[in-house]
Design a protein around this ligand. Structure first.
Ligand code: NAP
Length: 318
């Protein structure tokens, strides 16, 4: 058995991965957390979190995540920056006591007895012809990161869920006007968030409307959006200096390949609450949650996954 085998590797340092790290570290498992391409996950790019229990006045997302990170580190969790290219879940190994899971970071391969996949989900793009070329020049999926750059400008937000409402409300701090563009008439957003946005005098709504393209790539900045009303077919250009996407997320599970079960959109399908068909491999947070996707539910499944790791290691005598 190689000497550098970890008891536990956690892929992902969002709310779920860090909660798993706190529990596992307190159980003396010295977990290694791989940060991934969005360290801190979605909480690190959000603003005020008002629904995480224990904070009557709310807490800023980045502060909450930093607290969790420090809490995990205090008990011995270690962190490594890196992108997981692939994993080998060791499903061919018959002897669980000797089974090793390989985590390939490209530059090196790490070995562990157990793995928690808490790699979350990333913001979706519309797939417009000029969208990618204008990222960083007015196209963004992170209002918190980029809103400041559009002070006094007109901004469009795409989507009809809570993310879009949250972005629109946040962007009113900077923008002269925010137009929410949604492809249907009915909204997916919670009533409280939708009402807040509707009541805001800087926010306007365009429903039954899609974006056909974002302008103007020849100027290397966003000058407007080419829109189309789905009911009338009418097409027109809306002047705007920025387009913020709030259209949901894609699970970060590509590195698993077909080693675990995934649904049609790529979300991992856990066995029981946080188990998988690969012994020693557990799944937590938004990578397996297309339904709730809340910080507190991600934290909850992170806790469950760490407790399952402890139990599994005991069972295989480690
Ligand atoms: P979501 O609820 O899935 O909403 C995504 C929205 O984007 C939907 O309105 C959808 O339209 C639209 N959309 C998706 N693909 C599109 C496309 N290709 N073109 C145009 N529109 C498209 O995602 P979310 O808003 O990110 O929310 C996810 C979860 O996080 C929810 O449970 C939400 O409550 C939670 N959340 C909570 C807060 C908060 O409480 N502060 C903040 C953010 C998110 P359709 O409706 O037509 O499908």
């Amino acid at each position: 058995m190689p000497e550098n085998v970890r008891n536990l590797i956690i892929v992902g340092s969002g709310c779920s991965g860090l909660t798993a790290a706190i529990y596992a570290a307190r159980a003396n498992l010295r977990p290694l957390v791989i940060d991934g391409h969005e360290p801190g996950g979605q909480l690190s790019i959000t603003t005020l979190v008002e629904n995480f229990p224990g904070f009557p006045e709310g807490i800023q997302g980045p502060e909450l995540i930093e607290n969790m990170r420090q809490q995990a580190a205090r008990f011995g969790a270690e962190f490594l920056a890196g992108h997981v290219a692939s994993v080998d879940l060791g499903q061919k190994s018959a002897d669980l006591g000797k089974k090793l899971i390989e985590v390939n970071l490209g530059r090196e391969t790490l070995l562990a007895r157990t793995l928690i996949i808490a790699s979350g989900a990333s913001a979706r793009w519309l797939g417009l012809p000029n969208e990618q070329a204008l990222i960083g020049h007015g196209v963004s999926s992170c209002a918190t990161c980029d809103g400041f750059f559009f002070s006094g400008k007109e901004i469009a937000v795409i989507g009809g869920g809570d993310s879009a409402m949250e972005e629109a409300l946040f962007l009113t701090r900077f923008a002269s006007k925010v137009t929410v563009i949604h492809r249907r008439h009915e909204f997916r957003a919670s009533k409280i968030m939708l009402d807040r946005a509707r009541k805001h005098d800087q926010i306007e709504f365009l429903t039954d409307t899609v974006v056909d393209d974002v302008l103007d790539v020849s100027k290397k900045e966003v000058t407007g959006l080419r829109l189309r009303n789905l009911k009338t077919g009418e097409q027109w250009d809306l002047p705007a200096s920025a387009m913020f996407l709030g259209i949901g997320h894609t699970p970060n599970a590509q590195f698993i390949g077909d080693q675990l079960d995934r649904d049609g959109e790529g979300y991992l399908i856990p066995e029981g609450f946080v188990g998988s068909r690969a012994p020693g491999v557990f799944i937590s947070g938004d990578v397996a949650d297309r339904h709730y996707r809340q910080a507190v539910t991600a934290a909850g499944t992170g806790c469950m996954a760490a407790l399952e790791v402890e139990k599994y290691l005991e069972e295989i005598g480690k």
